[in-house]
Design a protein around this ligand. Structure first.
Ligand SMILES: [Zn+2]
Ligand SMILES: [Zn+2]
Length: 348
């Protein structure tokens, strides 16, 4: 089979490799589509280390062969892949929150070969955990790849009562900011504002016709002034920081109304994650602060339903598709801010 193999940091070669065979408990997936994600980009440039030469974790596939003893998976059926695999023994895994596994989770495309290949193996631990999540036969494969990143947004907002909120601000107009905004809308937030510093990015979102109420250039317009003006001085009910910029956490806190919700969705630079914040702002104004770290089964099922029911405009989000042979072209497109790419998908 063909696969995009990382030879060394920054060098990916699409080449012929042996097609894997499923051992006991394993499932061979024929990859139908696999999307490029920001994390993959950091791996491909050598900024982040993974244990395997083939990455890709936003996957739609078809069960092509089952190893001995596999239960609950049907040969020929279509699935998307839950990325995170827990230890199965800790108190978090007992509650199906494998994304918070106390032993540290492993993941498809990080510790196990991923989806930038014609075929891939789902290991027994993942199959046993239920990481193959069935999708309808008529769901376009590229839309299926959105379920993984969407599930992370569903998870990050699980404790924010979107149904009751008047106004939500999202910092970051990349695919993750967009998916957060779409989940907020789908759950009933009345007004969703996307803020980004790139006019090209905001233009792209406008062209795609996504259902956001405001697209604000936060380089030209001060977010605090804008929010004051548009909320009668009250502030917004929730802010999601979907860009790895520490200052946005403090800026975001300053935008919140009393009892507001702040989601720190984006991870901050590992070399310098510390910042000063006014703890009394949280205390007296009863602010709620939320973390977000990948996702687990409940969030996947909710995300799958949002995509299948057409509630998140999944048909507009994949802007580019490439065959596996053009992997490097796809990677360059995803990395180029001028390319107009929101989500780039490989269709092997
Ligand atoms: Zn991802
Ligand atoms: Zn665990």
């Amino acid at each position: 089979m063909k696969a995009a193999v990382i030879r060394k940091p920054g060098v990916v070669v699409v080449e012929e490799v042996p097609t894997p065979r499923p051992g006991p408990g394993e499932v061979l997936l024929k990859v139908e589509a696999c999307a490029l994600c920001g994390t993959d980009q950091r791996v491909l440039t050598g900024e982040k280390h993974v244990d395997v030469p083939i990455v890709g974790h936003e996957i739609t596939g078809r069960a092509a062969a089952l190893g001995a003893g596999v239960k609950g998976v049907a040969e020929g059926r279509r699935y998307i892949v839950q990325t995170v695999i827990g230890c199965g023994r800790c108190s978090m895994c007992a509650r199906h929150r494998e994304n918070l596994c106390e032993a540290g989770f492993t993941a498809m495309g990080y510790q196990y070969n991923g989806g930038f290949a014609e075929y891939m193996i789902m290991p027994k631990v993942a199959v046993d955990q239920g990481c193959l999540i069935a999708i309808p036969d008529d769901l376009p494969a590229e839309q299926g790849t959105l379920i993984e990143p969407l599930s992370c947004c569903v998870n990050g907002m699980a404790y924010i009562p979107m149904e009751t909120l008047e106004h939500v601000v999202i910092f970051g107009g990349g695919i993750i900011g967009v998916l957060n905004g779409l989940v907020a809308k789908a759950r009933g937030a009345r007004c969703v504002t996307i803020m980004d510093v790139s006019p090209e990015r905001l233009d792209l979102l406008r062209r795609l016709g996504l259902p956001f109420d405001n697209l604000v250039n936060s380089r030209q317009t001060d977010p605090a002034d804008w929010v004051k003006e548009h909320t009668g001085g009250r502030g917004v009910d929730a802010v999601v920081v979907a860009a790895s910029v520490k200052a946005l956490v403090t800026v975001g806190m300053g935008l919140l109304a009393r009892a507001g919700h702040l989601s720190i969705f984006a991870g901050m630079p590992k070399s310098d994650p510390v910042d000063r914040i006014d703890l009394n702002a949280i205390h007296y104004r009863e602010l709620n602060v939320h973390g977000a770290n990948s996702s687990a089964i409940d969030a996947y099922l909710a995300a799958r339903d949002l995509v299948v029911e057409g509630k998140v405009f999944a048909d507009r989000l994949v802007t580019h598709k490439f065959p596996l042979a053009d992997f490097n072209k796809a990677f360059a497109t995803q990395s180029d801010p001028a390319s107009g790419a929101l989500k780039v998908v490989i269709v092997p």
